[in-house]
Design a protein around this ligand. Sequence first.
Ligand SMILES: Nc1ncnc2c1ncn2[C@@H]1O[C@H](COP(=O)(O)OP(=O)(O)OP(=O)(O)O)[C@@H](O)[C@H]1O
Ligand SMILES: [Mg+2]
Length: 418
Amino acid sequence: MFVRNTRGSIPNWLRVRYFSSCQRSFKAPNGGKSQAPANFLGRASNNLSVGLVGLANVGKSSIFQILTRQTSVGTPANYPFATIEPTKSIINVPSIKLDHYQKLFQSNKKIESNLLIWDIAGLIRNASSGAGLGNKFLNDIRNVDGIFHVIRGFRDDDIIHIEENKVDPLRDLVIVNDELILKDLEFVEIGIDKLTKLLKRPGINKAEVENEINILERIQELLYEGKKVSQIDWNAEEVNIINPYNFLTAKPTLYLLNVNENDYLNQTNEFLESVTAWLEENSPRDKLIMISADHETTLLEQEVEEETVTGSTIVAEVITTMKSALNLISFYTCGPKEAHEWNIRMGNTVQEAAGCIHTDLQKTFISSIVYKWDDLKTMDLFNETTLKSSGKQYKQGKKYLVEDGDVIIIKAGSAKVR
Ligand SMILES: Nc1ncnc2c1ncn2[C@@H]1O[C@H](COP(=O)(O)OP(=O)(O)OP(=O)(O)O)[C@@H](O)[C@H]1O
Ligand SMILES: [Mg+2]
């Protein structure tokens, strides 16, 4: 066991589902002046995927159905290892900004951005050494960019728990995290071995290889302390070295505490405090959301959308929280035909954003016109003249770093996209 277990209470504990933000803020001054791009662990892509991870039989497939809003996908069932082969589905990312822009531009339709989600088989203790097809399942996790880590917080004698048939989400999350950590340790050790051999070859850039070994040794130490790669800041050079290893513990994680209907409706659960305290201590950059697969499945079957106090559904909250954990932001192209939301990574330039729409637009990019969310959010009807005369229309060149909520008109080659 690598992970320390600190079952203490948290001060001033409130009925909050989130704690501690992992988001770095890259807010540009009004008008969107460029900032230095962020260095994120993980694939440099805008098409990211998320996998449901956890012990067997904790509710992953049920949550998969809820997030995809389809009861025909995944294989939820009242027995462990109901899911073996990973199943994928596309989920739309709910967005209040897109809804507002559709009204503002009187667009006929809206096109939401989306995320690819994978329902993955359940893990068991010793998965990292191959138990229960563990290596295959850990490999399925390797292929995703972010992790929904599902932990069981509901008691139900009819639903078997694979660990001593006892509900204990803290124990479960430590088991799963340890398996991910152990697998990463294996990769680190293989990496160090290979690099050490490489050092003996003639003509090798010794300093470069030694630097990489040094980073891997730091990761090794971190993992031995039970900490995940994602839990510390790495500089740009380190990120470039770490990314190709695709460590399981470098992936942003959102913990989902799956509780019974009553607990969810009362926003209370006997395990919430201890799980929150453990995460604050050991995984402070990751967030926790309480969800009830049971309650949400009933709503889904009745085709009812639940409103929460924040005005957003819990499903929307889960998806948008993951989106920001993945450092994804959105820009918009809006016109009478459609209001379209596009996902890009925080720190992408407007030229890279143009490439999301079409590679030709990126290649032949000339300039862009940008409108900011803060200027548009209080408007009822888009008025170019008013915005222009009040200095709220920004002409931006290819190096401009896109900010979340930007409405962009791209001028490229012979094309103009709005
Ligand atoms: N919040 C909940 N309250 C009560 N029952 C639940 C809850 N969440 C899931 N279940 C039930 O638990 C059982 C296991 O759910 P599910 O198949 O979704 O788990 P899983 O993690 O995908 O399992 P596996 O690892 O076998 O694929 C199902 O019978 C499901 O209805
Ligand atoms: Mg399943």
